[in-house]
Design a protein around this ligand. Structure first.
Ligand code: AMP
Length: 544
C-alpha cells in the first residue's frame, strides 16, 4: 500500500530561499581577489542569485548546460553555485591547481558553455587560449573597474551580467534527480573522472551533514571553509551552512597561516574546515602569537589523515577536533569524528586516540569492509578490509566514462573507495591506508599512515611521508621522507629509534631522506605518487 503524502522534488534553490527568509542575519564575508573584504547576507545573496540566473538565461544558458567556474572561495562563486543549479544548469567547478592538460581535458569532456574565472586565473586561461573550445565564453568575476587588459577575446564582466536584472525569480520545477553540480577528481592514472551530483543528493547531503554536526551547523555560528569551493563542494558547506543559518567566512586566495589567523581573529570564526596541510601553517601562527584566534573553538580536518600530533595540538589548546573522511564521489562527507556523549569523560589521551580514527558514518552512508575475495570482515577494530560505500549521496557512476565505471562497483552495486580500513564495535572507522600507498614488503603489508603518525609528533618535523621504494629481495621497502621544521634537522637514528618503540623491526623504514618541501596534489594533499617517482631509483642501504 502506498502512503498518501505529497512528493515535492528536493531542489537546491529552496535552501537559499529558506535561508533568505528564515536566517536573515546569516552573513557571507569574503576576502576578495580585488584585495578588500566584502560582506553580504543570505537575503541580499538571494536577490543577486536571481539577477545572475536571469543574466545567464539571457546569455543562452539552458537546462542541463554546463557552466564552469575557476575561482577561490568567495560570494560570487557561492552565487554561481545557486544560480546555475536553480535554473536547471550544472555548476562545473574546476580545480585551478590541475595541470593545463587536465584542465583542457575536463573543459572539453564536460562540454562547458561558459567559464567564470577569478582575476587570479586569467594568466592560466591566456596560456590555454589557443586550445580552448571556440564556443566557450569567459566571464571575469569582477566589476567593470577591475576588468583586466587581456588578450583573451570577448571577455564578459560578472557585475554587468547582473546589472538591471530584476531581483526576484520563480525557479522552475524539475525532477530531483536533475544534474546540479559536476566535480572531477584526478586519479593517479588516466584522465580525471567526473562526479555528477543531483539536486536530491546535494539537498540530502546538506541535511545529513547538518544533523551530524549540530555543534557547528546552527544559527549564529561562523564557519571558515578553507576547503575550496573548486573541489568537493567545499565539503557541502555552501549548502549546509545556509540551511542551518550559520555564516560563511570565505578566505579568498589568502590561505597562509598568518592570513587565516588574522581573518579568523577579526571575524571570530567558531569552526574552520580544511586539509591537514593548511593547519600546519595555522598552528605555527598560533604558536607565534601565543594564543588562539578569538572565538576559535572547533576544527574539521579531512581530505587526508590528520596526524595525531596535530589533533593533540588543537585539543590541548581547547579546540575541538572533528576528524572527517569522505570522497568527491560521496558529496563528499562519509564519516565525522565528534565523540558520542557516552565518551565525554574519556581521559584526554584516550580521547585523542579516538579522534585519530576517522569517526562514525553519517546517517544514510552505509559502509562495508571486505577481503580481496569479497568476504565481509568483522567490525572488531583490528581486521582491515577494502572499504565500500553505498547511499543516496554516493555516485552511481562517473560522468560519461564507461571505462572508469567498469571496475568501481561490486556485484551488489557498492562503490569501491580504494581505501583500506577497520571498523570497531562502536562504528568508528579507521583508514589504515590508501590501497595504492600501502607498502608490500616480503608479502606483508606496512601502513604508511601509521608510521607517519608517529614521526609527525617529533618537534623538529614539519611534515613527512612514508613511501614504497622497489627492493630486489622484499619487493618494496619503506622510505621515510622528512621536511624538517628548520635547519636543525632530526637525526636519522633518533627517528628510527622513535619508530621502534611502536613497530616491529621489519616495519621500520630502510632509510631517511630530507627535503625542503613535500610535493602537494591539486587538492593540497601530500603527493605520494610524485615522491614515489622522485625516489624510484633511491639506493637503499642493506635491507633489515
Ligand atoms: P578526494 O576525492 O579528493 O576528496 O579524495 C578522497 C580520498 O582522500 C579518500 O578516498 C581517502 O583516501 C582520502 N581521505 C579523505 N579524508 C581522509 C581522512 N580523514 N583520513 C585519511 N584519508 C582521507
Amino acid at each position: 500500500m502506498k502512503g498518501l503524502m505529497m512528493n515535492r522534488p528536493l531542489k537546491i534553490a529552496d535552501i537559499l530561499e529558506f535561508a533568505a527568509s528564515s536566517h536573515q542575519n546569516g552573513e557571507i564575508v569574503s576576502v576578495r581577489t580585488e584585495g578588500d573584504v566584502h560582506r553580504t547576507t543570505y537575503r541580499e545573496t538571494a536577490r543577486r542569485v536571481a539577477q545572475l540566473a536571469r543574466g545567464l538565461r539571457d546569455l543562452g544558458v539552458d537546462v542541463g548546460d554546463r557552466v564552469a567556474t575557476l575561482a577561490w572561495n568567495g560570494y560570487r562563486h557561492f552565487e554561481l553555485y545557486y544560480a546555475t543549479s536553480g535554473m536547471g544548469a550544472v555548476c562545473h567547478t574546476i580545480n585551478p591547481r590541475l595541470s593545463a592538460e587536465q584542465m583542457l581535458y575536463i573543459i572539453k569532456h564536460a562540454d562547458d558553455q561558459l567559464l567564470f574565472t577569478d582575476l587570479t586565473f586569467i594568466p592560466i586561461l591566456e596560456s590555454l587560449a589557443g586550445d580552448l573550445p571556440a564556443h566557450l565564453r569567459i566571464v571575469v568575476m569582477t566589476d567593470r573597474a577591475h576588468m583586466p587588459n587581456s588578450k583573451l577575446p570577448g571577455l564578459l564582466c560578472y557585475e554587468e551580467i547582473l546589472e538591471d536584472q530584476p531581483q526576484t525569480i520563480v525557479w522552475p520545477d524539475f525532477p530531483e534527480d536533475t544534474a546540479a553540480g559536476l566535480c572531477y577528481t584526478s586519479g593517479t592514472t588516466g584522465n580525471p573522472k567526473g562526479t555528477l551530483y543531483t539536486h536530491r543528493s546535494t539537498v540530502l547531503h546538506a541535511l545529513l551533514l547538518a544533523v551530524s554536526l549540530p555543534n557547528v551547523l546552527q544559527e549564529g555560528r561562523k564557519i571558515l571553509p578553507v576547503v575550496p569551493l573548486f573541489h568537493v563542494n567545499a565539503w557541502g558547506l555552501p549548502y549546509a551552512a545556509p540551511l542551518a543559518g550559520a555564516s560563511l567566512i570565505f578566505p579568498g586566495p589568502a590561505l597562509d597561516g598568518k592570513s587565516l589567523f588574522d581573518l579568523m581573529d577579526r571575524e571570530k570564526v567558531f569552526s574552520a574546515w580544511g586539509v591537514p596541510t593548511v593547519w600546519i601553517g595555522l598552528l605555527n601562527q598560533i604558536r607565534a602569537e601565543g594564543r588562539l584566534p578569538a572565538g576559535f573553538a572547533d576544527v574539521v580536518i579531512g581530505g587526508s589523515a590528520a596526524p595525531k600530533s596535530m589533533i593533540e595540538a588543537f585539543e590541548q589548546a581547547g579546540v575541538n577536533v572533528c576528524h572527517a573522511w569522505g570522497m568527491t564521489e560521496m558529496s563528499p562527507v562519509g564519516t565525522q569524528g565528534n565523540l558520542p556523549k557516552a565518551l565525554d569523560d574519556l581521559p584526554p589521551a584516550e580521547r585523542i586516540d579516538r579522534k585519530c580514527a576517522q569517526g562514525r558514518r553519517l546517517f544514510g552512508v552505509d559502509l562495508k569492509i571486505v577481503d580481496d575475495d569479497g568476504a565481509p570482515q568483522p567490525h572488531d577494530g583490528t581486521s582491515p578490509g577494502n572499504l565500500y560505500v553505498r547511499g543516496n549521496t554516493v555516485t552511481a557512476g562517473y560522468f560519461e566514462d564507461e571505462a572508469a565505471n567498469a571496475d568501481v562497483f561490486d556485484a551488489d552495486g557498492w562503490f569501491r573507495t580504494g581505501d583500506i580500513a577497520t571498523i570497531d564495535a562502536d562504528g568508528f572507522l579507521t583508514i589504515t591506508d590508501r590501497a595504492k600507498d600501502l607498502i608490500k614488503s616480503g608479502g606483508e603489508w606496512i601502513s604508511s599512515l601509521d608510521l607517519e603518525n608517529v614521526i609527525m609528533s617529533h618537534p623538529k618535523v614539519m611534515s613527512c611521508a612514508v613511501i614504497a621504494v622497489p627492493h630486489p629481495k622484499w619487493d618494496e621497502r619503506p622510505l621515510l621522507v622528512i621536511q624538517p621544521r628548520d635547519e636543525d634537522r632530526p637525526d636519522k637514528q633518533e627517528l628510527l629509534d622513535m619508530l621502534s618503540e611502536h613497530f616491529a623491526k621489519w616495519q621500520l623504514p630502510d632509510d631517511v631522506v630530507y627535503v625542503d618541501g613535500l610535493p602537494l596534489t591539486a587538492t593540497g594533499k601530500v603527493s605520494k605518487l610524485t615522491l614515489r617517482k622522485q625516489f624510484a631509483d633511491h639506493a637503499l642501504p642493506d635491507a633489515v
